[in-house]
Structures are given as C-alpha cells and as structure tokens.
Ligand binder design. Structure first.
Ligand code: NAP
Length: 461
C-alpha cells in the first residue's frame, strides 16, 4: 500500500461532512444564540417564527419562515419557546410527525409541573420524537463563547436514533453530550439548573453554625468575662483575635468531619458483617459532601494563616511586647530564654505549617483537572493516607498550643472549657477510632467485608 495514501486522503475535503439543516422555533435569546453557534459550526439554520421579518439580531445567514414552512426543511427542530406556549404546536402535529423535537426549556421552580416539559411535549405530539437537551447551557455562554463551566449537555430521550442525532449536533458545537437515558430523566435534567449548590448546602450551613456558636462562645469568655471580672475592654478582639481563634477551630472540626463518616461506615459494616446493606440516608448524604466539607475547612485554615501572618503588625501585640521589654528594663533583669517554651512554640508552628501544606495538597487533588489525572489508588493515597496525616498534624498543632491551658483553672472561665479543648473532641475521637480500626484483628475482617464476605450470607451457594 502507498505509504502516503492516508495523507492524501486527509488533505481531500470531506464532502460527506455537509451538515443537515437545523430548524429552530423561536427567535428569542436562546434561539438566536444557539442559531449563531450552529452557523459557526457549519449548520444551515432556518427559524420558525410568528413573524417572518428579519431583524438585525437574527444571524444573517439564517432564514426566517413560518413554523410550518421551517419545519419542512429540517429533520431536527429545536423548540426555543417557553412551555406555556407549547399549545401552538398542536395544529402543526402533521408537519412535525416523525421529526426530532429538541426540548430545551427550563422552569422557574423545582418540580413546577407534574410532568417534565419534555414529557408534556411528547404527550402533545405523540408522532414526534422528543429529545431533551441544551437546557443546562445559557444563551449568554453560547453567545460569548464562555462555555468552560457549562460544556456538558445532558441529553435524554426514548428514541435512540433521535438521541444520537442530537448528540452528534452537540458534539459538532464543541460541547460534550452526556446520555442520561430515557425521557423519564427529563424532570431531573430540568431541575438541575434550578439547584443552588446542592452539595454545598449542608457544609455551608454547618460551618456557619459552628462559626456563630464559637463566635458567641469567644465573645462571652474573652470580652464579656474580662470586662465584668477584670474591668478590661478587649472589644477590639472582635476584629482579629476572635476570628483567629474561630478559624482554626472550625477548620479542624470540619476536617475531622470529613473523616468521621468513613469511620462510622466501617463500624456499621463491622457490626452488620456485610457491605450489602445500605447505610442510613444521613450517612450517605454526609459521605457525598466530604469534598465540600474539606474545601470549606481549607478556606478557614487559609484565613487562620492570613490572620496569623498579620500578628506582628498589630498594635496590641506591639504594645504587649514593648511592655515586656520596659518591665525588664525597669527591673534591670533579663528574662532567660525558656527552652521548653521555645520547643513548644517551634513545634506548634512546625506542626501547623506541615498540616496546612498537606491540607492544601488535599484541596488541589480534589480539583477535577488534577483528580482526572491520577488513578484511583493515587487519589485514595492522597485523600485517605495524607488526609489522616494532615488531621494528625493539625490536631497535634492544636494540642501543643492549647495543651498548656488544659489543667490551668484560670482557663475555665464560667466553668467553661477553652475553645481549643472543644476543637479537639471530634478530631481526637476520629483518630482514636481510626487507630483501633487499623489493628490487624479489626482491619482483617473489615477488609474481607469490603471484598464481599458476609457473616450471615443471605444467599448461600
Ligand atoms: P425568549 O427570549 O422570551 O424567547 C422565546 C421565544 O418564543 C420568543 O422570542 C418567540 O419567538 C417565541 N414565543 C413567545 N411567545 C410565543 C407564543 N405565544 N407562541 C409561539 N411562540 C412564542 O426566551 P429564551 O430566553 O430564548 O428561552 C426560550 C426557551 O429556552 C425557554 O424555554 C427557556 O427555558 C429555554 N432556555 C433558555 C436559556 C437562556 O439562557 N435564555 C437557557 C436554557 C434554556 P418568535 O417571536 O420568533 O415567535
């Protein structure tokens, strides 16, 4: 065979790639934006509209006809019209018979109608093949070309051939079709753009709740208590001191909450002796939002780093340092370096730095662009092994810093423990249970269960 034949073939224009005409009903925002994109991708576009007058906004290479005339020119018709106007399509049933109708509509509320818009369209026009697509892409993103966030197009439909035709168009536009199955999936696809950070709700509310709780806790113990009993006004603590106490505490608790569901799941599996029974709903949901919990924890830890870095330039800190120097000068006495304190301070800082470094590494590997480039084992190594190491470092960082107050009665203002003690409860519990779980006598049956072994098999061979 001629070595160059494939090159010659590649250079020959591919005439079979000529795009089929696509019809778009509706010359509104979405219809025009999609029409522009289609023309750019080589599709002849014909609009079906109530008014056949061309306007400046309509892509100039497109034709505008009546709905019936436009429908006759294409096998695929995109319905860029709101659901409430779909009734006007019923008289066109004959001309739309056998055509592929693409429903791109969205609603204003979740589950606004008993059936999805696409199913409603299929009921109105039983002779047509309805496919749901494009509803998660915005007209603005199509027109401006900023499709990075919304490159995926969910597609569903009952007719495999019609669905394939629509998926081919999606691909030709430079987008990624995701086959979601039959038209039954349309309701879920229509609800998708109406959801507001669904996986983030629980982590955000939890972190806000923890922040509010610890804020009032610190307000009471650090400001109100000192004002009442020591007659000192430390209200300026609200700006930096208190946030710098809350941020590491919330970060540590959230990081521990990332690993707590895994530990609970292991206990449940050991207790049940099987992995084939579903976890309670709350645990399933908790496990699904671990990434979001971890990212919020990282944000709090980063704030803690920033607050700590500005410490030396704070007026209060300069005043306290100056006061210490003056008091040594007045007493004509230099305090000797306390080696134990120097060790504690350096270890506490070193543990914090290492913990934060691993924390950032966990955050980076959870980004899709990074996680897509590591295999499952590598991902688990970072998220589980290095994740636990980050938890150990951060817990130790808090222990070394807060430990000195644990036994001091002055730390128990109004008989309440210091905020650092509260911060350590969940992380220490998680680490202790995890430590027990890695003992061979516990780890072995757990591994067997995770590989499918059952203590009381339901179906014996
Ligand atoms: P739009 O700007 O209001 O356009 C809707 C078009 O529907 C009108 O321009 C009109 O076209 C036609 N129309 C209006 N009333 C009609 C009636 N009584 N009978 C027949 N046709 C009628 O709305 P849009 O933003 O383009 O949205 C269209 C559809 O796309 C909606 O279902 C929406 O949910 C969906 N969608 C929109 C976006 C977006 O970013 N805009 C994103 C995803 C999905 P003619 O004047 O040419 O007849």
């Amino acid at each position: 065979m001629n070595k160059n034949s494939s090159n010659i073939m590649a250079l020959t224009p591919n005439t079979s790639n000529k795009r089929e005409t696509v019809c778009i009903f509706g010359t509104g925002d979405f219809g025009r934006a999609l029409g522009h994109k289609m023309i750019q991708s080589g599709y002849p576009v014909v609009y079906g509209s109530r008014s056949t007058q061309m306007s400046n906004l309509i892509p100039k290479d497109a034709e505008v006809l009546s709905h019936a005339e436009a429908a006759q020119k294409a096998a695929v018709i995109i319905i860029a019209i709101q659901r409430q106007h779909y009734n006007f399509l019923t008289p066109l049933a004959e001309v739309l018979h056998g055509k592929v109708l693409v429903d791109i509509s969205n609603n204003l509320k979740l589950n606004q109608y008993p059936e999805s818009n696409a199913e409603y369209l299929a009921q109105l026009l039983p002779g047509s093949k309805v496919v749901k697509a494009f509803n998660t892409v915005s007209a603005w993103a199509l027109q401006s070309g900023t499709l990075d966030a919304s490159r995926q197009v969910f597609v569903c439909g009952d007719d495999a051939e019609a669905k394939q035709m629509v998926m081919n168009i999606v691909r030709a536009l430079g987008l990624t079709p995701l086959d979601q199955g039959s038209l039954l999936a349309a309701q879920e696809i229509e609800n998708y753009p109406l959801q507001l950070f669904p996986m983030w709700k629980f982590p955000i509310f939890l972190s806000l709740g923890l922040t509010a709780f610890f804020f009032f806790y610190c307000l009471a113990l650090d400001i109100i208590y000192t004002y009442i009993y020591e007659n000192k006004n430390f209200s300026f603590f609200i700006a930096i001191t208190i946030p710098n106490r809350i941020c590491p505490v919330v970060a540590l608790i959230l990081l521990a909450l990332v690993y707590l569901p895994g530990v609970l799941a292991a206990i449940i599996q050991l207790y049940r002796g099987t992995k084939y029974r579903r976890f309670p709903d709350w645990l399933d949901k908790w496990m699904l939002c671990r990434k979001q919990l971890g990212l919020i924890a990282l944000a709090f830890a980063s704030l803690h780093v920033l607050y700590t870095l500005v410490m030396p330039i704070r007026a209060f800190v300069s005043w306290r340092t100056g006061k210490g120097i003056i008091s040594q000068a007045l007493n004509n006495k230099t305090e000797p370096l306390n080696n134990t304190n120097a060790w504690l301070s350096d270890s506490y800082l070193a543990l914090g730095i290492l913990g934060y470094f691993l924390f950032v590494l966990l955050g980076i590997t959870s980004l899709p662009s990074v996680s897509n480039n590591v295999n499952w084992r590598e991902f688990r190594f970072v998220q589980s092994k290095l994740g636990y190491l980050a938890l150990i470092f951060c817990t130790a960082h808090t222990l070394v810093y807060g430990g000195k107050w644990f036994l001091s009665p002055s730390a128990y203002r109004w008989y309440l423990p210091n905020i650092y003690m509260l911060a350590l409860i969940i992380p220490c519990a998680v680490l202790v249970v995890k430590f027990v779980l890695i003992f061979p006598c516990v780890d072995k049956p757990l591994t067997q269960i995770r590989q499918g072994w059952e203590r009381n098999p339901k179906y014996s061979e």
